[in-house]
Design a protein. Structure first.
Length: 539
């Protein structure tokens, strides 16, 4: 989307003409009338060549490449379309003011950073099919995006290709030469990845926090890296200059960005719509996939209203089904379908190998001479690399409160060895995950290899007020769920599910629990690799 389009979008003045021009035919027309009108969405009893479950990175890559190969695709998405302004004229809510748009079917927010200066931050909100799902399992809360565009709608856009020497541990059965020669470059181009102008970084008020983070990292001898992102850096410069409506500089991120960020809505999805071969059905939840008597698969789905109530149940027959509901969504579906007899021949590996990418958060309290700035860009742009020596890569993250906090905040990705398993719980009629909160301890130890050293060097301490009262570590959550249908185990080496020709996994469920860095570039690159093979050999 151009800067002009983003400005209009941000101020809620998106014109009908601009919108249709920008989004293509079927979905554009339907979206203007609200969400997921019957006309735009998938028809009951349809017979279709390919159905993609979920519209995050894996789902968008699959839909685009299948459509380009001449296949008609139905892309079915649990969340909303996120193309219609809300009551304040904006599509997305601000992180500092969560409202009905912010959380997936909750009546109270569950913010990752739950407290500040001793005060709890959560508040009541109307129950709505909002954008961020805080999905609770017994030992962990897994944050995920809900909507057409999946996690790209809510994430920080940090677009990191793992170091080549770490790739063997990330995807051991995949040819690294092909990934680094072809598919990582393809993913980076498709996603619009770019690195901040480092001259601008040195003076930008909104990155004072990152410069303080760099000073502290380097004084303790840690390598400090600039991290690429999908944010439009030219737009951010204009935000800082005050010439466009602010998004990253207004604290927008967790509940969506009204401008600036190149989510899948600005990259893969316009290309998908331009093929004219893809029907997108938001607010549809796939609940069952079974072999159909005449070949292909019967796919059952529920249509929801924005209160989460089921308004229709549809059943279609698809020749091929691509599971792209995210690591948790895909794993839960497959585990249920195997256990309940819908797909009994799925591999016993289904549901296994799930990890949290070693996520753990913490904050540090700086001295008064190390102010981190009242104005902070919500888009992180740098990290501290202690992976080889200590098993941790720490994002220097913002704390965009609008006031000076003297705090440095970090999301660490660590080499946590624990892997959890999803299993069907028949009495509760749900899928459980056996992760234990205590399994975060190795991640804490690895993060401490960085922050204990920095604190000792700087004479500073950890913040204890961000995740509760006197609690240092954000060890109850992950932003990066990975695994559950691991490549080469639950599937073959290209995501084909064992036992069922025509069923594929093409999302973060394929990746065995850890990518050593933020995961979406790897998810996208692996999807590009796999779909190329599937288009060439299976169509
Ligand atoms: P995903 O993007 O989650 O898409 C799955 C889609 O399937 C979702 O839209 C679901 O609503 C939908 N779905 C689920 N169940 C069903 C069903 N039954 N029927 C129909 N649809 C369904 O999957 N990663 C980075 O690399 N850099 C970052 O800076 C970063 N920051 C993050 C910040 C936050 C707050 C969060 C939550 C995540 C962040 N991530 C980041 C993680 C990243 O967004 C995530 O790895 C990818 O989005 C996963 O991509 P998938 O295609 O696997």
């Amino acid at each position: 989307m151009s800067d002009e389009a983003m400005r209009r979008s941000a101020s809620g003045q998106l014109s009908r003409r601009l919108f249709i021009a920008g989004t293509g035919s079927i979905l554009g027309a339907a979206a203007l009338g609200g969400t997921a009108s019957a006309k735009s969405s998938i028809a009951d009893a349809a017979r279709i060549p390919a159905l993609v479950v979920g519209s995050g990175y894996g789902g968008c890559v699959a839909a685009l490449r299948l459509a380009e190969a001449g296949v008609d695709v139905h892309l079915v998405e649990l969340g909303m379309a996120w193309d219609t302004p809300g009551t304040d004229g904006k599509i997305f809510a601000n992180t500092t003011k969560p409202d009905y748009r912010s959380f997936w079917l909750r009546t109270r927010t569950k913010q990752p950073l739950s407290n500040f200066l001793g005060f709890p931050l959560d508040k009541d909100v109307p129950r709505h099919t909002g954008i961020l799902d805080a999905e609770d399992f017994s030992g962990i809360t897994v944050y995920q995006g809900r909507g057409v565009g999946g996690g790209s709608l809510v994430n920080g856009g940090m677009a990191v290709t793992p170091k080549r020497e770490n790739f063997g541990a990330v995807l051991p059965t995949v040819n690294a030469d092909e990934m680094y020669g072809v598919y990582y470059p393809r993913a980076n181009t498709g996603l619009g990845v770019a690195t901040i102008d480092q001259n601008w970084f040195e003076t930008a008020e909104c990155y004072q926090y990152a410069r303080v983070g760099r000073k502290h990292a380097q004084r303790s001898g840690f390598p400090f890296l600039f991290v690429p992102d999908v944010y439009d850096w030219d737009y951010m410069k204009k935000e800082q200059a005050g010439t466009v409506p602010r998004s990253a500089l207004a604290g927008e991120i967790l509940y969506g960005n009204n401008a600036g960020k190149k989510s899948l809505q600005q990259t893969y999805l316009p290309r998908i719509k331009a093929t004219g071969r893809v029907t997108i059905s938001p607010l549809h939840r796939v609940t069952s996939v079974t072999p159909a008597s005449g070949g292909g698969y019967t796919v059952v789905m529920e249509q929801l209203d924005t209160g989460g109530t089921v308004t229709a149940t549809k059943s279609v027959t698809a020749d091929k089904v691509f599971f792209a509901a995210g690591s948790v969504g895909t794993s839960k579906l497959l585990v249920k379908l195997k256990a309940t007899g819908a797909l009994p021949n799925l591999s016993n590996e289904v549901g296994k190998g799930w990890g949290d990418n070693g996520n753990v958060m913490c904050g540090r309290a700086n001295h008064m001479w190390d102010a981190t700035g009242a104005l902070q860009s919500s888009i992180p742009t740098a990290g501290i690399d202690n992976w080889a020596a200590g098993g941790a890569f720490a994002e220097v993250a913002p704390l965009p409160t609008g006031i000076e906090t003297y705090a440095s905040f970090y999301l660490s990705i660590t080499k946590n060895p624990h892997r959890a398993t999803f299993s069907w719980n028949p009495s509760a009629n749900r899928v459980d995950l056996d992760w234990q909160t205590a399994w975060k301890q190795p991640s804490i130890e690895m993060a401490k290899t960085i922050f204990d050293k920095i604190n000792a060097k700087e004479g500073t301490i950890y913040r204890t007020d961000l995740f509760g009262t006197y609690k240092i570590w954000g060890d109850h959550l992950t932003y990066h769920p990975l695994g559950g249908a691991v490549l080469g185990k639950a599937t073959d080496n290209y995501g084909r599910l064992h036992g069922y020709p025509g069923l594929y996994v093409i999302d973060g469920a394929l990746i065995p629990g850890n990518t050593s860095v933020n995961p979406f570039v790897t998810i996208t690159a692996l999807a590009e690799r796999n779909i190329e093979k599937i288009v060439a050999t299976d169509l």
